[in-house]
Design a protein around this ligand. Sequence first.
Ligand SMILES: Nc1ncnc2c1ncn2[C@@H]1O[C@H](COP(=O)(O)OP(=O)(O)OP(=O)(O)O)[C@@H](O)[C@H]1O
Length: 541
Amino acid sequence: MDGERELALHGIGRRYGVRAPWVLRDVALTAPPGTLLRVEGANGSGKSTLLRIAAGVDRPSTGVVTGRPADRTAYVPERFPPALPFPALRYLTRIGAVRGLTAADARVSALHWLDRFGITGYASTPLDELSKGTCQKIAVAQALLADPALLVLDEAWTGLDAAAREVLDAAVQERVAAGAVVLFVDHDPLRLAAATTAALVLPPRPDAGSAAPAPVPVPSAPAPAAGPADPAAPGAGLVVIEAAGGGDVALESGEASRAADTLRVVVTAGESDGVLRTLLAARPPWHVTGVRTLRGRSAQPAPATPRLDRGSTGAAARAAALLRYQAELVLRSHRWLPPFLFYGAVMAIGIAGGQPLLGSLGYAAALLLPVAAWTVRVCVTTEPPAARACVASAVGTRRAQAGALLTALLAAGALGAVGTLLVTAVSGAHSDDQRTAVPVGAALVAGLMAAAVSVLLGTAVGALTNPPVVRGGGWSVLGTVIAAGAVLITSGSPAQAAVTGLVKGSRTGTVHYPVLALGLSLLAAAAAAAVSAARPPARHT
Ligand SMILES: Nc1ncnc2c1ncn2[C@@H]1O[C@H](COP(=O)(O)OP(=O)(O)OP(=O)(O)O)[C@@H](O)[C@H]1O
C-alpha cells in the first residue's frame, strides 16, 4: 500500500452475541500491496461481515487486523441509504474532507467522480431524490474520493448500469496498480476475473456451537510492483481458475488438472471469461473458488484522476471536518428541532421577567439535562448505519461515534449558553425575598457552570441509553427519560448539586460555583463516551 505494510487478518472470529453462533472463525489472510482479493462463499457465510471487519467498520470478536492504512481506508456498503439529507456534491465534498482532503481538493475530486460516472447533472440533487442506481454511484464515488490505499467493496457493482460498472472496474484496477489493496464481494463470478490476484473462500456458516471449518485461502501471486503491467513479460495475462464440485465439462482452451473434486485451469486472460462461463454452465455448475493472474495485470487504460494534495490536512482538520459533516447532517435533517423547541417552550412557560436570577438559572440548568440527552439521541440516530460505516472506514468506529456525541454536546452547550444569557438578561438580580442583591456577573458564571454540568451529564445519559449501547428504540427512549430524571433528582448527583446550589443560593442571594460538580460531570461524560464509542456499531444490512 504505497510502500506500507501488508494488510493481514489474524485468527478473525465474529459472532453477534456471546451465545450466538460463530459467523466467522479463525479467518487468516495476508494481502500485500497491489492485491485484488475476491471474497467468496455461500449466502450467510460471513462475506459482508469479513469485509466490514477488514474495513474497520466492525470489530472482530477474536483476532486482529494489522496493516490497515488507518487514514486511507474506504468502504462501499452492500446497500447505501438514500435517506441522507445532502445534495450529492455537498455529501461528497463533506466526506472528502473527512477523508483528509482540503476543501478545494475534495471538490475537485467529487466533481471528477461525478463526471466519470456521468452524473454531474445531479450534483445539486438531494440524495433522497436520486434513483437507486445514481445513489449507488455516489456510494462508490465517496469511497474513491481520496485515493484509498485499502478499498473494500461489498457488492458495489449491484445496481450500477453497464457503463458505471466499467468505470468501477477501471477504478479498482487503477488503485491496485497504484499499490492499494482491494477486497471485494460480487455475485458475478467473472467480475474482474482476469485482474484478481487472490481469493478467499469462506466455508458455509457453521451451526451454533460447532467448530467452523477453516476458510480456504487461495494464495495470491506475488504482488507485482506498482506500475504499468508489462505485456511482454513471460506469463503475462495467464489466469489460474480453481473450481470445485462441478459436473462433467469439456474445456476448449486452457490446461486443466484435477485433484479430488478440485479443478485447476491455467488459461490466457483473453480466454478466461469463456472458461468461467463453461464451468458455470456445467450441470451441476462448478463453484469457482479462486481466480488469479499469474503475472502482470490486465492492461486497462487508466483515465486521468486528479492529483490530490494529500496530507495537506492533519488530524485536527479531519476531526473538524467530521464535526462539520455530522452537524450539517443533523441540521439538514431538522431532527434537532423537537428538543430545541421543547427547551424553548418549557423555558417560556417557567421563566418570567423579574423573577429571582439564581432560581431561574437553576430551572434553566435542570431543563437542559433531558434536552442534552435528547440531542444525543438525535445525533447518534440520524445518520443511517450504512452511511456511518462509510465514515467509520475513514476515521474508525470509535471516532465516528465520539464525533456524534461531541456534536450533540456542542449543540446542547450552545443552546444552554444562549438560554443562560437570556435568563440572566430578563431576571431580577435579587434574592427570593428581594432583600439581597445578587451580583449578575457571578450569577452568570455560576449559571453557565451549572448549564455545563447539565449538558455533560445529559450527554452521558444519552450516550449510555442510545445506540450502540441500547439499540431498541422504545427501550432507548424510556431509558433516557428515566435516567435523566434519576440523575436530576438523586441526592449527591453533580446535576442535583449544581441545580440545588443555585436554587438554595437564591433564598439568601449567595452565589455557589459548582466546581466539584463540573469536574465530576466531565469525568462522567468522558467515561460514558468511552463506553459508547467502544461498543460495536449497529448492523446496517
Ligand atoms: N449485526 C448483526 N447482528 C446479528 N447477526 C448478523 C449481523 N450481521 C450479520 N449477521 C448474521 O451473520 C451471518 C452472516 O452475514 P453476512 O451478511 O456477513 O453474510 P454474507 O455471506 O455476506 O451473506 P449474503 O451473501 O447473503 O450477503 C448471517 O446469518 C447474518 O444474519
